[in-house]
Write a new protein. Structure first.
Length: 343
Protein backbone atom coordinates (compact mmCIF):
# COMPACT_ATOMS: atom_id res chain seq x y z
CA UNK A 1 0.00 0.00 0.00
CA UNK A 2 1.29 3.45 -0.91
CA UNK A 3 -0.63 6.37 0.47
CA UNK A 4 -0.06 9.84 1.84
CA UNK A 5 -1.83 12.54 3.86
CA UNK A 6 -3.75 9.87 5.79
CA UNK A 7 -6.39 10.49 8.43
CA UNK A 8 -8.47 7.34 8.83
CA UNK A 9 -10.67 5.77 11.46
CA UNK A 10 -13.68 3.44 11.33
CA UNK A 11 -16.94 5.37 11.37
CA UNK A 12 -19.37 4.93 14.25
CA UNK A 13 -22.29 2.72 13.33
CA UNK A 14 -24.86 4.87 15.17
CA UNK A 15 -23.81 8.22 13.73
CA UNK A 16 -27.14 9.21 12.14
CA UNK A 17 -26.81 9.94 8.43
CA UNK A 18 -24.94 7.06 6.78
CA UNK A 19 -21.41 7.88 5.60
CA UNK A 20 -20.42 7.53 1.95
CA UNK A 21 -17.22 7.70 -0.07
CA UNK A 22 -16.20 10.71 -2.15
CA UNK A 23 -13.19 10.33 -4.45
CA UNK A 24 -11.32 12.89 -6.52
CA UNK A 25 -9.58 10.93 -9.29
CA UNK A 26 -6.83 12.63 -11.26
CA UNK A 27 -4.16 11.39 -13.61
CA UNK A 28 -1.51 11.38 -10.87
CA UNK A 29 -3.33 11.05 -7.54
CA UNK A 30 -6.60 9.74 -6.11
CA UNK A 31 -7.93 11.52 -3.03
CA UNK A 32 -10.65 9.74 -1.04
CA UNK A 33 -12.78 10.93 1.83
CA UNK A 34 -15.18 9.11 4.13
CA UNK A 35 -17.98 11.67 4.28
CA UNK A 36 -21.09 12.38 6.28
CA UNK A 37 -23.45 15.24 5.49
CA UNK A 38 -23.73 17.79 8.26
CA UNK A 39 -25.87 20.86 8.80
CA UNK A 40 -26.52 22.54 5.47
CA UNK A 41 -24.33 23.06 3.60
CA UNK A 42 -21.91 21.18 5.81
CA UNK A 43 -19.65 18.30 4.79
CA UNK A 44 -17.97 16.32 7.56
CA UNK A 45 -14.78 14.44 6.61
CA UNK A 46 -14.48 11.35 8.83
CA UNK A 47 -11.37 10.03 7.06
CA UNK A 48 -9.10 11.10 4.22
CA UNK A 49 -6.22 9.63 2.21
CA UNK A 50 -4.25 10.40 -0.93
CA UNK A 51 -2.94 7.62 -3.21
CA UNK A 52 -0.56 7.61 -6.19
CA UNK A 53 -2.35 6.20 -9.24
CA UNK A 54 0.79 4.56 -10.62
CA UNK A 55 1.15 2.39 -7.51
CA UNK A 56 -2.19 0.62 -8.00
CA UNK A 57 -3.66 -1.50 -10.83
CA UNK A 58 -7.12 0.09 -10.76
CA UNK A 59 -9.40 2.51 -8.97
CA UNK A 60 -11.25 -0.48 -7.51
CA UNK A 61 -8.01 -1.57 -5.80
CA UNK A 62 -7.53 1.87 -4.26
CA UNK A 63 -11.12 2.09 -3.04
CA UNK A 64 -10.90 -1.44 -1.61
CA UNK A 65 -7.79 -0.49 0.36
CA UNK A 66 -9.55 2.57 1.78
CA UNK A 67 -12.76 0.70 2.64
CA UNK A 68 -10.71 -2.06 4.26
CA UNK A 69 -9.65 0.39 6.98
CA UNK A 70 -12.78 2.51 7.39
CA UNK A 71 -15.60 0.00 7.01
CA UNK A 72 -18.15 -0.73 4.31
CA UNK A 73 -20.42 1.95 2.86
CA UNK A 74 -23.34 1.77 0.42
CA UNK A 75 -22.71 4.74 -1.87
CA UNK A 76 -19.71 6.22 -3.62
CA UNK A 77 -19.33 9.40 -5.68
CA UNK A 78 -16.35 9.75 -8.01
CA UNK A 79 -15.14 13.02 -9.46
CA UNK A 80 -12.92 12.45 -12.48
CA UNK A 81 -11.56 14.28 -15.49
CA UNK A 82 -13.22 13.15 -18.69
CA UNK A 83 -16.63 12.54 -20.17
CA UNK A 84 -19.03 10.05 -18.59
CA UNK A 85 -20.93 7.85 -21.06
CA UNK A 86 -24.39 6.39 -20.56
CA UNK A 87 -22.93 2.92 -19.89
CA UNK A 88 -21.01 4.17 -16.85
CA UNK A 89 -17.57 4.35 -18.44
CA UNK A 90 -15.47 7.51 -18.61
CA UNK A 91 -13.63 8.79 -21.66
CA UNK A 92 -10.38 10.40 -20.53
CA UNK A 93 -6.91 10.90 -21.97
CA UNK A 94 -5.33 11.45 -18.55
CA UNK A 95 -6.24 8.44 -16.39
CA UNK A 96 -3.74 5.55 -16.14
CA UNK A 97 -6.43 2.84 -16.20
CA UNK A 98 -10.03 2.41 -17.46
CA UNK A 99 -12.74 3.83 -15.21
CA UNK A 100 -16.17 2.19 -15.11
CA UNK A 101 -18.83 2.92 -12.50
CA UNK A 102 -20.49 -0.45 -13.16
CA UNK A 103 -17.24 -2.35 -12.67
CA UNK A 104 -16.46 -0.52 -9.42
CA UNK A 105 -19.96 -1.20 -8.11
CA UNK A 106 -19.57 -4.91 -8.86
CA UNK A 107 -16.02 -5.11 -7.48
CA UNK A 108 -16.83 -3.49 -4.13
CA UNK A 109 -20.52 -4.29 -3.70
CA UNK A 110 -21.66 -0.68 -3.55
CA UNK A 111 -25.37 0.05 -3.86
CA UNK A 112 -24.64 2.96 -6.18
CA UNK A 113 -21.63 4.63 -7.79
CA UNK A 114 -22.12 8.17 -9.04
CA UNK A 115 -19.84 9.96 -11.54
CA UNK A 116 -19.28 13.70 -11.77
CA UNK A 117 -16.79 15.78 -13.77
CA UNK A 118 -13.83 16.71 -11.56
CA UNK A 119 -14.11 20.46 -12.01
CA UNK A 120 -17.88 20.32 -11.78
CA UNK A 121 -17.25 18.83 -8.35
CA UNK A 122 -14.68 21.49 -7.45
CA UNK A 123 -17.18 24.16 -8.47
CA UNK A 124 -19.67 22.70 -5.97
CA UNK A 125 -17.03 23.28 -3.29
CA UNK A 126 -17.04 27.05 -3.93
CA UNK A 127 -19.42 27.62 -1.00
CA UNK A 128 -16.92 25.95 1.35
CA UNK A 129 -13.91 28.14 0.49
CA UNK A 130 -13.01 30.82 3.03
CA UNK A 131 -10.46 33.63 3.07
CA UNK A 132 -7.81 31.58 4.88
CA UNK A 133 -7.66 29.11 2.01
CA UNK A 134 -6.99 31.53 -0.84
CA UNK A 135 -4.35 33.90 -2.21
CA UNK A 136 -5.82 37.06 -3.73
CA UNK A 137 -4.47 37.69 -7.23
CA UNK A 138 -6.74 40.37 -8.68
CA UNK A 139 -9.99 42.23 -8.19
CA UNK A 140 -11.84 43.15 -5.00
CA UNK A 141 -11.56 40.98 -1.91
CA UNK A 142 -15.32 40.67 -1.52
CA UNK A 143 -17.25 38.37 -3.83
CA UNK A 144 -20.81 38.81 -5.00
CA UNK A 145 -23.39 36.16 -5.77
CA UNK A 146 -23.24 35.22 -9.43
CA UNK A 147 -21.69 32.82 -11.93
CA UNK A 148 -18.33 31.68 -10.56
CA UNK A 149 -15.50 30.11 -12.55
CA UNK A 150 -13.31 27.35 -11.11
CA UNK A 151 -10.37 26.49 -13.33
CA UNK A 152 -6.96 24.94 -12.95
CA UNK A 153 -4.18 22.97 -14.57
CA UNK A 154 -3.04 19.60 -13.32
CA UNK A 155 -2.54 16.48 -15.42
CA UNK A 156 -5.08 18.20 -17.70
CA UNK A 157 -6.95 21.51 -17.60
CA UNK A 158 -10.29 21.56 -15.82
CA UNK A 159 -12.90 24.30 -15.87
CA UNK A 160 -16.46 24.57 -14.59
CA UNK A 161 -18.95 27.33 -13.87
CA UNK A 162 -20.99 27.41 -10.65
CA UNK A 163 -24.32 29.20 -11.14
CA UNK A 164 -26.53 30.01 -8.12
CA UNK A 165 -30.24 29.41 -8.70
CA UNK A 166 -32.33 30.34 -5.69
CA UNK A 167 -31.21 28.24 -2.72
CA UNK A 168 -29.52 25.67 -4.95
CA UNK A 169 -27.01 25.80 -7.76
CA UNK A 170 -26.33 24.56 -11.26
CA UNK A 171 -22.84 23.69 -12.45
CA UNK A 172 -21.81 23.85 -16.08
CA UNK A 173 -19.05 21.31 -16.68
CA UNK A 174 -16.83 22.20 -19.63
CA UNK A 175 -14.04 20.84 -21.80
CA UNK A 176 -12.51 24.31 -22.12
CA UNK A 177 -9.02 22.82 -22.07
CA UNK A 178 -9.64 21.31 -25.51
CA UNK A 179 -10.21 24.72 -27.12
CA UNK A 180 -7.45 25.97 -29.41
CA UNK A 181 -4.42 27.61 -27.84
CA UNK A 182 -4.19 31.28 -28.79
CA UNK A 183 -1.03 33.41 -28.97
CA UNK A 184 -0.90 36.88 -27.48
CA UNK A 185 2.55 38.11 -28.56
CA UNK A 186 5.33 37.36 -31.02
CA UNK A 187 7.12 34.84 -28.80
CA UNK A 188 3.92 32.91 -28.18
CA UNK A 189 3.22 32.98 -31.93
CA UNK A 190 6.65 31.46 -32.63
CA UNK A 191 6.13 28.77 -29.97
CA UNK A 192 2.65 27.95 -31.25
CA UNK A 193 3.90 27.80 -34.84
CA UNK A 194 6.51 25.25 -33.75
CA UNK A 195 3.84 23.18 -31.97
CA UNK A 196 1.63 23.21 -35.07
CA UNK A 197 4.24 21.45 -37.18
CA UNK A 198 2.63 18.20 -38.24
CA UNK A 199 -0.54 18.95 -36.26
CA UNK A 200 -3.83 20.55 -37.20
CA UNK A 201 -4.79 21.53 -33.67
CA UNK A 202 -2.96 22.47 -30.47
CA UNK A 203 -5.27 22.63 -27.47
CA UNK A 204 -4.86 24.96 -24.51
CA UNK A 205 -4.31 21.90 -22.32
CA UNK A 206 -1.77 20.15 -24.54
CA UNK A 207 0.14 23.26 -25.55
CA UNK A 208 0.52 25.03 -22.23
CA UNK A 209 -1.92 24.80 -19.35
CA UNK A 210 -1.30 21.42 -17.74
CA UNK A 211 1.67 19.52 -16.39
CA UNK A 212 2.39 17.88 -19.78
CA UNK A 213 1.53 21.21 -21.43
CA UNK A 214 4.17 23.03 -19.37
CA UNK A 215 6.78 20.52 -20.53
CA UNK A 216 5.60 20.88 -24.14
CA UNK A 217 5.86 24.66 -23.77
CA UNK A 218 9.40 24.33 -22.44
CA UNK A 219 10.49 22.02 -25.26
CA UNK A 220 8.96 24.30 -27.89
CA UNK A 221 10.66 27.37 -26.41
CA UNK A 222 13.99 25.51 -26.41
CA UNK A 223 13.48 24.71 -30.10
CA UNK A 224 12.59 28.31 -30.93
CA UNK A 225 15.67 29.58 -29.05
CA UNK A 226 17.93 26.87 -30.49
CA UNK A 227 18.77 25.30 -27.11
CA UNK A 228 18.80 21.65 -26.13
CA UNK A 229 16.27 20.82 -23.35
CA UNK A 230 17.80 19.85 -20.02
CA UNK A 231 14.59 19.19 -18.05
CA UNK A 232 12.42 16.15 -18.64
CA UNK A 233 9.50 16.66 -16.24
CA UNK A 234 7.07 19.52 -15.52
CA UNK A 235 8.18 19.55 -11.87
CA UNK A 236 11.79 20.04 -12.92
CA UNK A 237 10.84 22.97 -15.16
CA UNK A 238 8.75 24.70 -12.50
CA UNK A 239 11.34 24.08 -9.76
CA UNK A 240 14.17 25.52 -11.88
CA UNK A 241 11.98 28.51 -12.74
CA UNK A 242 11.03 29.24 -9.13
CA UNK A 243 14.66 28.90 -8.05
CA UNK A 244 15.78 31.13 -10.93
CA UNK A 245 18.50 28.61 -11.79
CA UNK A 246 17.62 28.21 -15.49
CA UNK A 247 16.69 31.23 -17.67
CA UNK A 248 14.82 29.06 -20.19
CA UNK A 249 12.75 27.51 -17.41
CA UNK A 250 12.03 31.00 -16.04
CA UNK A 251 10.92 32.20 -19.49
CA UNK A 252 8.78 29.09 -19.91
CA UNK A 253 6.96 29.66 -16.64
CA UNK A 254 6.43 33.32 -17.55
CA UNK A 255 4.89 32.15 -20.83
CA UNK A 256 2.71 29.73 -18.88
CA UNK A 257 1.48 32.44 -16.49
CA UNK A 258 0.80 34.90 -19.31
CA UNK A 259 -1.18 32.36 -21.31
CA UNK A 260 -3.06 31.37 -18.14
CA UNK A 261 -4.06 34.98 -17.48
CA UNK A 262 -5.18 35.56 -21.06
CA UNK A 263 -7.12 32.29 -21.20
CA UNK A 264 -8.92 32.91 -17.91
CA UNK A 265 -9.84 36.42 -19.04
CA UNK A 266 -11.37 34.89 -22.17
CA UNK A 267 -13.30 32.35 -20.08
CA UNK A 268 -14.61 35.06 -17.77
CA UNK A 269 -16.07 36.92 -20.73
CA UNK A 270 -17.36 33.80 -22.50
CA UNK A 271 -19.19 32.51 -19.43
CA UNK A 272 -20.40 35.86 -18.01
CA UNK A 273 -18.52 35.46 -14.74
CA UNK A 274 -19.52 37.87 -11.96
CA UNK A 275 -19.12 36.00 -8.68
CA UNK A 276 -15.40 35.38 -8.86
CA UNK A 277 -12.70 33.12 -10.25
CA UNK A 278 -10.96 30.39 -8.25
CA UNK A 279 -7.73 28.88 -9.56
CA UNK A 280 -7.26 25.30 -8.42
CA UNK A 281 -5.56 22.20 -9.82
CA UNK A 282 -2.37 20.40 -8.91
CA UNK A 283 0.15 22.90 -10.29
CA UNK A 284 -0.76 26.43 -9.24
CA UNK A 285 -0.73 26.20 -5.42
CA UNK A 286 3.05 25.70 -5.60
CA UNK A 287 3.51 28.72 -7.87
CA UNK A 288 1.84 31.49 -5.84
CA UNK A 289 4.81 33.89 -5.50
CA UNK A 290 5.89 33.36 -9.12
CA UNK A 291 2.33 33.93 -10.33
CA UNK A 292 2.11 37.21 -8.39
CA UNK A 293 5.33 38.43 -10.04
CA UNK A 294 4.31 37.40 -13.55
CA UNK A 295 2.16 39.03 -16.25
CA UNK A 296 -0.83 36.92 -15.19
CA UNK A 297 -2.98 39.85 -13.99
CA UNK A 298 -1.90 42.13 -16.85
CA UNK A 299 -2.86 39.51 -19.43
CA UNK A 300 -6.10 38.67 -17.59
CA UNK A 301 -7.19 42.31 -17.80
CA UNK A 302 -5.92 42.94 -21.34
CA UNK A 303 -9.31 42.66 -23.06
CA UNK A 304 -9.78 46.13 -24.57
CA UNK A 305 -13.00 47.83 -23.45
CA UNK A 306 -13.85 44.83 -21.26
CA UNK A 307 -10.93 45.56 -18.91
CA UNK A 308 -13.17 47.56 -16.58
CA UNK A 309 -15.60 44.64 -16.29
CA UNK A 310 -12.78 42.20 -15.47
CA UNK A 311 -11.40 44.55 -12.80
CA UNK A 312 -14.60 43.92 -10.80
CA UNK A 313 -14.07 40.14 -10.66
CA UNK A 314 -12.14 38.68 -7.70
CA UNK A 315 -9.46 36.21 -8.80
CA UNK A 316 -8.16 33.89 -6.09
CA UNK A 317 -5.75 30.97 -5.88
CA UNK A 318 -7.25 28.10 -3.89
CA UNK A 319 -4.87 26.27 -1.58
CA UNK A 320 -7.30 23.69 -0.14
CA UNK A 321 -5.89 20.23 -0.84
CA UNK A 322 -9.19 18.41 -0.19
CA UNK A 323 -11.29 20.63 -2.44
CA UNK A 324 -12.14 17.92 -5.02
CA UNK A 325 -13.36 15.50 -2.35
CA UNK A 326 -15.45 18.18 -0.63
CA UNK A 327 -16.89 19.22 -4.00
CA UNK A 328 -17.81 15.66 -4.97
CA UNK A 329 -19.48 15.19 -1.60
CA UNK A 330 -21.36 18.49 -1.94
CA UNK A 331 -22.55 17.50 -5.41
CA UNK A 332 -23.78 14.15 -4.07
CA UNK A 333 -25.58 15.64 -1.08
CA UNK A 334 -27.27 18.32 -3.18
CA UNK A 335 -28.40 15.75 -5.75
CA UNK A 336 -29.70 13.41 -3.05
CA UNK A 337 -31.63 16.28 -1.47
CA UNK A 338 -33.12 17.19 -4.84
CA UNK A 339 -34.24 13.60 -5.46
CA UNK A 340 -35.63 13.05 -1.95
CA UNK A 341 -39.46 12.90 -1.83
CA UNK A 342 -41.16 15.85 -0.21
CA UNK A 343 -42.35 15.27 3.34
Amino acid sequence: MTAAASTLHPFPQDSGAPPFLAADVGGTHVRIGLIRGGAQPGVEILGYRKYRCADHPSLSAILADFVGETGAVDDCVIASAGYALADGTVLSANLPWPLSANRIREDLGFRAVHLVNDFEAVAHAAAHIDGSQVLQLAGPAETQRGPTLVVGPGTGLGAAVWIPVGTRSVVLATEAGQASLAAGNELEMAVLQHMLRGRGHVSIEHGALSGPGLLNLYNALCAVRGNAPVHTTPDAVSAAACEGSDPLAVDTLHLFCGILGSTIGDMALLYGIQGGIYLAGGILPKLGPFLLGSTFVERFLNKGPMTRALQRIPVKLVEHGQLGVIGAASWYLENMATQAPAA
